[in-house]
Design a protein around this ligand. Structure first.
Ligand code: NAP
Length: 299
């Protein structure tokens, strides 16, 4: 009897560095699902054609990463509400709607839920009327904002180098944040890097600071004044390994009670949620994260 392996993959540019093929191989082994999963590099202007071509080769789904998350969202026939909020998708799947014969392309975004799972269930962070500072307003910030609102932070400040992008993100999430009674505020990055009247008027200090910028790739270290954060604040960088170190080490050096975490757990959790969407089974993430952590630390 022949067993066919269904192909999946992650599309991005650059993509050679991606840990996703290794992560999905572990999930497939753990759950006994017959699939292949590869890193697929795509030219910047060729995303839609690449998806079409791979579909003809029987690919059943994709993860999507920089710079194609918005295009993936636009390309899909239908989108999950959380992808609509972010206007970006990290997961594509062909699904046959009930009563129909032809599969349509479905887009989801598991980044936010993956982030919250890692933050709350693995890192043990609890929300109780907290103020959150979200640095950045790109695709990653958009991916986590809807989920942050849903777990009911009291207020979220979005600070971005280009302030207009932070304001746009707030506009896109206003209905959702009103439903959850979460106050959103947009400001420029400089407004939170330096003490001034805007940030001194905050009702509460930040209990959670999330770095969703790619500033460390430019060799820049974002340091938030301790006057703006709680002594035991959690600093979470969506990047992982060496790239996350400048931001996290600066926070740890400021105050010994500061807690720090990089984005490796989020990477594994968002992958597990994509895997569950494709296969209907959620893998156990803890052993995969532990092994991946050891691999990343050994580099
Ligand atoms: P993006 O859409 O390109 O956005 C980049 C963001 O960084 C923008 O807000 C940009 O500000 C800001 N930025 C860039 N250079 C900066 C600098 N020198 N100083 C201050 N701000 C700067 O990228 P993205 O998709 O949001 O990804 C951001 C990071 O999150 C990536 O490094 C990625 O690795 C990480 N990520 C991790 C996971 C995970 O699973 N762990 C998932 C998704 C993303 P402007 O708007 O002013 O340009």
């Amino acid at each position: 009897m022949s067993t066919s392996f269904v192909p999946y993959g992650v599309i991005g540019n650059p993509i050679a560095h991606s840990q996703s093929p290794w992560i999905h191989a572990q999930f497939a082994k753990q759950t006994g699902i017959n699939m292949t999963y590869e890193a697929i590099e795509c030219k910047p202007d060729n995303f839609a054609d690449t998806v079409k071509k791979l579909r003809k080769q029987k690919y059943a789904g994709f993860n999507v990463t920089v710079p194609f998350k918005h295009e993936a969202f636009e390309l899909a026939d239908t989108q999950a509400p959380r992808a609509k909020l972010a206007q970006a998708a990290n997961t594509l799947a062909w699904q046959v709607p009930e009563g129909k014969k032809k599969a349509i392309l479905y887009a989801d975004n598991t980044d936010g839920a993956g982030f919250i799972r890692d933050l709350m269930f693995t890192a043990g962070f609890t929300f109780g009327g907290e103020q959150v500072l979200l640095l950045g307003a790109g695709g990653a910030a958009a991916g986590v904002l809807g989920s942050l609102i849903a777990v009911a932070a009291a207020g979220i400040t979005i600070a971005n180098r280009t302030k207009e992008k932070a304001q746009k993100l707030v506009e896109n999430h206003l209905t959702w944040s009103n439903m959850h009674s979460v106050a959103l505020h947009a400001c420029s990055l400089d407004d939170v890097l330096y003490e001034n009247e805007v940030n001194q008027s905050l009702p509460e200090k930040y209990a959670l600071v999330i770095n969703a910028t790619s500033s460390s790739l430019a060799g820049e270290v974002l340091t938030i004044p301790t006057s703006l954060t709680k002594p035991d604040a959690m600093f979470y960088d969506l990047m992982y390994g060496e790239k996350a170190k400048p931001f996290l080490e600066a926070a740890a050096a400021q105050e010994f009670r500061h807690r720090t975490r990089d984005g490796l757990g989020m990477l594994v959790e968002q992958a597990a949620l994509s895997f569950a969407l494709w296969h209907g089974v959620r893998p156990n993430t803890a052993p995969v994260l532990a092994e991946l952590r050891a691999m990343v630390n050994a580099k």
